[in-house]
Design a binder for this molecule. Structure first.
Ligand code: SF4
Length: 361
């Protein structure tokens, strides 16, 4: 297989029919919330495109993002790697190691200057010059700056890369920051989640390849097609919420009957992601379907906000309590995007409180 081959050549050699490509393009159009007619454009775009060179950097993370990607069913990881992208460097998945791996990264940068996409999972350690996370004798900070310099775009996958995630949580011993705080001279797309949904990563890369531009992004630089609605907007337990039927504990009758998990701490109303529609493992399930409330993992500071088992409307878990004391620190640490997200959460919680009060009166 030649890296210079177009996707159409590769598909033809693997016996993939035009109809199968159109079916796949229809699926991607659905993931990216594009109109049905866009499926044909995606199919034509993919067929004509050359494989996108991708350099995948892993920093302070748990490998959960790669685990999620390897469980992508549409497309399978094999499809993604061999048909749509040329994964030129990925520490977990590549066969080579050491100097050969480093040489592969440098070669991909040289040969695809200005055209390759950098995918990052994990946050970037910055304290003491970034010495707390290194690879091949270089800090993550150095590798990120060097690799992103001539990239077409940067995609931060997972909440650690997008917003700092767990390494960024108090007391943040490594000075962990999100990628967007380091790379400020080119587009950074955030696909948050702990882990992110595999199809969201694949769909975003396919969109870039097909249309040669970024998808529409929200105020936190996340694709609107995936992060435009809250989990609550699409949750199948929503009718129970609307009727005021809540599980009060994880083993009561309401929980057994699948009632709403709001009162046992679900953060679905203030969390924006497509978990309730795309789900995981080929659409099998997602946390709420498995009986656990949403933790809010695709929003900034989800770990520090905590209160996972306290209802949003209780005063102890009210994000406003956190925000009130940390507005200034929030601007300094999380940036304007994180502050806006907190304000949006505050507004959503205020609306919920008003509804709750109305329901109870
Ligand atoms: S509060 Fe949670 S469980 Fe209840 S409807 Fe909203 S997202 Fe679903």
């Amino acid at each position: 297989m030649n890296d210079r081959d177009g996707i159409a050549d590769l598909l033809a050699r693997r016996g993939v029919s035009r109809r199968a490509l159109l079916k796949y393009a229809t699926y991607l159009a659905t993931v990216m919330a594009l109109p049905p007619l866009a499926a044909r454009a995606i199919a034509q775009g993919l067929a004509k495109a050359r494989r996108q060179s991708v350099i995948w950097l892993s920093f302070q993370e748990c490998t959960g993002c790669t685990e999620s990607l390897t469980r992508s069913f549409n497309p399978t990881l094999e499809d993604l790697i061999f048909d749509m992208i040329s994964l030129d460097y990925h520490e977990t998945l590549q066969a080579v190691s050491g100097a050969a791996a480093e040489a592969a990264r440098l070669a991909a940068m040289r040969e695809n200057r200005g055209k390759y996409v950098v995918v990052v999972d994990g946050s970037v350690a910055t304290k003491d010059g970034g010495v707390y996370s290194t690879n091949a004798g270089k800090t993550n900070l150095e590798v990120l700056k060097e690799t992103a310099e001539h990239a077409l775009a940067v995609i931060s996958v997972g909440t650690c890369a997008a917003f700092g995630g767990l390494p960024h949580a108090h007391p943040n011993p490594t000075g962990a920051v999100p990628v967007s705080q380091i790379i400020t001279d080119k587009p950074v797309i955030n696909i948050s989640g702990c882990p992110p949904i595999a199809e969201a990563m694949a769909g975003t890369i396919a969109y870039l390849i097909t249309f040669g531009k970024l998808p529409d992004l929200d105020h936190l630089s996340r694709p609107k097609s995936i992060f435009g609605d809250s989990i609550h907007d699409r949750c199948y337990r929503r009718p129970f919420y609307d009727k005021g039927m809540f599980a009060k504990s994880f083993d009561d009758e309401g929980a057994r009957k699948g009632w709403c998990l709001y009162e046992v701490g679900c953060k679905g109303p203030v969390t924006y992601n497509a978990c309730a529609t795309l789900k995981w493992n080929g659409g099998v399930s997602f946390p709420i379907q498995s009986g656990h409330g949403c933790l809010g993992c695709s929003e900034p500071d989800f770990w520090d906000n905590g209160g996972f088992y306290r209802p949003l409307s209780s005063s102890t878990s009210h994000p406003g309590a956190v925000v009130g004391g940390a507005v200034v620190a929030g601007i300094a640490v999380g940036g304007l995007g994180a502050l806006l997200a907190r304000q949006r959460r505050e507004r959503a919680v205020r609306d919920l409180e008003a509804k709750e009060q109305e329901r109870r009166s």
